[in-house]
Structure formats: structure tokens, C-alpha cells
Design a protein around this ligand. Structure first.
Ligand code: IMP
Length: 279
């Protein structure tokens, strides 16, 4: 039953009307939209597993409307997941799966058809044998032993120091991004206690990767973006990501590459988890 039409809406290229419905099978309110042909399409929830607001904005700008976005900052008790796996895939998967299990245990409404989207990304510099790689966020702190991430200015200063005297033709580098997409497992009533089929999060996790080739400049330029953006000149350009517009970065970036795979995957028809017989 359609309860109210909120606003005109564009969903992955299809236009429709944003709508709330009461699902007759599970008695829960669902957010979605009614397509031109009258079909109801429920809106997939995406919990973006980062506290980096720049990253959240980039991800939202790249994936666009059509998703019910949830942020970690909306959940005060969201666990901190340590990124200690040693690879981008390992860290992204660990974050996505642990948060999907935690989200599932909350037992509230709003878990249906929701994925945790976790990314791990970093810079790989050829002249440094792929460093800083998975250590990109705390590159400077590796020398001091300071816990936590380093300020971007310190990471950039260290990178420039290590690259001193390296000519432009040997300053090749790339940003790499791995996105792990883990479904939030449903809680199912078994006897009197709810059971979370946590392995569903692991088994259902999909991995997407994106690369952005470029080179490292000789000095920081531009105030846009974050992290190593003021030093990174993408292939085919003469300016850094710090100088280029967000629109250009969101088209070329490693994150855009990985998220293109996510968008394509989420656009495929899936079984609606809110209406199966266990729901
Ligand atoms: P994270 O662990 O995926 O948040 O990223 C690790 C680090 O890689 C960040 O703290 C940045 O220093 C760097 N990084 C990742 N993506 C970008 C980007 O798009 N621009 C600049 N630096 C980035």
C-alpha cells in the first residue's frame, strides 16, 4: 500500500516517485520508489564504513541518489575496526564484515536490504617499491611510532623527502581502492532467541577494485581533496587532484573505478530479503 509520495526521484537513470510502502508480508515500512510502470523498487541501504567525511562525500557524489545512505557518525556505538590485515582487500573485508555483523545485532528496523560499504585505499609509488601502500594513512608515523594516523601535511612532506632527486619520468604512482560490500545479515527467530546468521556477511561479501595511474609532483599544489591529492597528478593531466575540480576527480579516481562495479552490482535484480518467508 502506498502511504505517501515524497518527491520526484531519479534512480540509476530511471525516473520515478519516492514512496513509502507498508510491506504486507513483514509489516514494516520500506522506503523506495514507484517506477513509471507502477512497480515498487525498494531502496537499498548503504552504511558507509568510514569516519572520513571527505570520503563519504566522494562516495555519495559518485554513487548518486537512489540509496538510503547511513553514516558511521549516525551510530555512536559503532565499533572501531582496526585495519591490521596487511592488504587493501583484507582491511576492506574486515571492516565490512565486522560492521555488518554489528549492524545486524542491533535488531532495529532499517537493516533490511542494507549493505556495509567499506573501502581501503592508498598510494603506491613505483620509486618506493609500492610504498606507502596500506600504510598511506600513517606513513609519517611509521618513523615516530606515534599511534593513529598522521596529518596529511606530514605524510606529503615525508613522500617528497624520499622522492628528492627522482626525475619526473621515474615518479610514476597510482591510487588503489578496494571496496568490500557486505550484506547485513538478517536476524531470524529460532525458538525464543534471535539468531544472527553472521556467516552470511562473510559469504556474501563482494570485492571491487579501482586504480588511478599518475605521477608524484615536486611540490604540493592545490587545496582540494584530501590526503596525497596535492601531490598526485593523474595520467593525462598537468595539474594535481588538489587543483582539479571534484567533478574531474570523481570521474577519474580509483574510488570511482571501484564504485562503478558496486553500482553495477546493486543495479542487478536481487532477491528481496524483506519479503522472503523468514522475514
Ligand atoms: P583509507 O585507509 O582508505 O582511509 O586511506 C588511507 C590513506 O590513503 C588516506 O589517509 C590518504 O592518505 C590516502 N588516500 C586514499 N584515497 C585518497 C585520495 O583519493 N586522495 C588522496 N589520498 C588518498
Amino acid at each position: 500500500m502506498t502511504v505517501g509520495a515524497a518527491r520526484e526521484f531519479n534512480w540509476l537513470g530511471e525516473s520515478g516517485v519516492l514512496t513509502r510502502v507498508n510491506s504486507l508480508t513483514c509489516g514494516q515500512e520500506r522506503l523506495g520508489f514507484e517506477r513509471g510502470d507502477g512497480m515498487f523498487v525498494s531502496m537499498t541501504g548503504l552504511l558507509i564504513a568510514t569516519r572520513n567525511l571527505h570520503k563519504v562525500e566522494e562516495i555519495r557524489a559518485i554513487l548518486g541518489g537512489g540509496f538510503r545512505y547511513l553514516m558511521l557518525k549516525d551510530f555512536e556505538d559503532a565499533p572501531e575496526v582496526e585495519e591490521d590485515a596487511g592488504t587493501f582487500v583484507g582491511n576492506a573485508t574486515k571492516k565490512a564484515v565486522e560492521l555488518a555483523k554489528w549492524r545486524s545485532r542491533l535488531q532495529d528496523k532499517g537493516c533490511e536490504d542494507t549493505f556495509v560499504l567499506a573501502d581501503d585505499s592508498g598510494l603506491e609509488v613505483d620509486a618506493l617499491n609500492g610504498a606507502p601502500g596500506v600504510h598511506s594513512a600513517r606513513f609519517a608515523a611509521l618513523d615516530t611510532g606515534d599511534p593513529g594516523n598522521s596529518a596529511s601535511a606530514e605524510n606529503n612532506a615525508k613522500l617528497l623527502r624520499l622522492m628528492k632527486g627522482v626525475p619526473m619520468e621515474q615518479r610514476g604512482a597510482r591510487f588503489r581502492c578496494v571496496v568490500a560490500l557486505a550484506p547485513v545479515p538478517k536476524l531470524r527467530e529460532e525458538g525464543s532467541s534471535p539468531v544472527c546468521y553472521a556467516d552470511e556477511a562473510e559469504l556474501g561479501t563482494r570485492i571491487f577494485e579501482g586504480l588511478c595511474e599518475g605521477r608524484i609532483g615536486f611540490e604540493p599544489k592545490g587545496r582540494g581533496g584530501f590526503g596525497y591529492d596535492p601531490l598526485f597528478i593523474p595520467e593525462g593531466y598537468e595539474r594535481t587532484f588538489g587543483e582539479l575540480s571534484e567533478e574531474v576527480k570523481n570521474r577519474l579516481s580509483h574510488r570511482a573505478g571501484a564504485l562503478a562495479g558496486v553500482r553495477e552490482f546493486l543495479a542487478r535484480p536481487r532477491r528481496d530479503s524483506t519479503t522472503d518467508e523468514h522475514g
